[in-house]
Write a protein that binds this ligand. Structure first.
Ligand code: ACO
Length: 153
């Protein structure tokens, strides 16, 4: 399988399907999309993954959204997207890359630690405060965000 990773500027329906899988609020997704570097993974013409990089502070990028389509999960695409993002950050002379995920997102927490991210703190009640709808994941109500980061050298 040949996977192509490249930038995109205009989000299509296929991008939104993935973006909303990682972040269920269209309002929140739209709030960061236009300010971010948007990267897609494609097999042929099919978009199978996205990763969105938002510059937050000087020398700091945050991965605000990452998703791989169901049929392609567990095949290393998520890791390829994160490694691409880390390389992108180095090329743009960033010093720190951050990421936040739900405390209930066990797979994502596993992946991020495998890619070198360390936990920094918990943003308690982040999801209860910022999302109108209750989010249930792995049979647990999602309330807290785990904040993670890694320094680039
Ligand atoms: N359980 C255990 N381990 C996992 C899981 C899981 N559910 N998912 C990934 N991993 C581990 C794998 O074992 C793998 O380790 P290895 O390389 O040593 O074998 C490593 O993480 C990389 O896995 P990939 O196959 O590269 O991950 P994948 O392509 O499946 O993408 C992702 C992971 C993006 C989390 C995908 O499952 C997904 O799209 N989920 C739905 C959307 C989502 O939850 N996104 C994250 C929200 S947080 C945010 O966007 C900032």
């Amino acid at each position: 399988m040949s996977v192509i990773i490249e930038r995109f500027t205009k989000a299509t329906k296929s991008h939104y399907e993935l973006l909303l899988d990682a972040d269920p609020s269209r309002k929140v997704v739209d709030s960061y999309l236009s300010k971010s570097h948007c990267i897609e993974a494609k097999v042929g013409l099919k978009v199978i993954g996205v990763i969105i990089l938002l510059p937050t502070r000087p020398n700091t990028l945050e991965i605000v959204n990452i998703a791989v389509s169901n049929d392609f999960q567990g095949q290393g695409i998520g890791r390829i997207l994160i490694e691409y993002a880390l390389e992108f950050a180095r090329e743009h002379e960033m010093k720190t890359v951050e990421i936040g995920t739900g405390s209930t997102s066990v797979g994502a927490l596993y992946l991020y630690q495998k890619c070198g991210f360390r936990m920094t703190h918990i943003d308690k009640d982040f999801f209860s405060r910022h999302y109108d709808e209750k989010i249930i994941e792995n049979e647990i109500e999602l309330r807290d965000m785990v904040r993670m980061s890694q320094d680039l050298c």
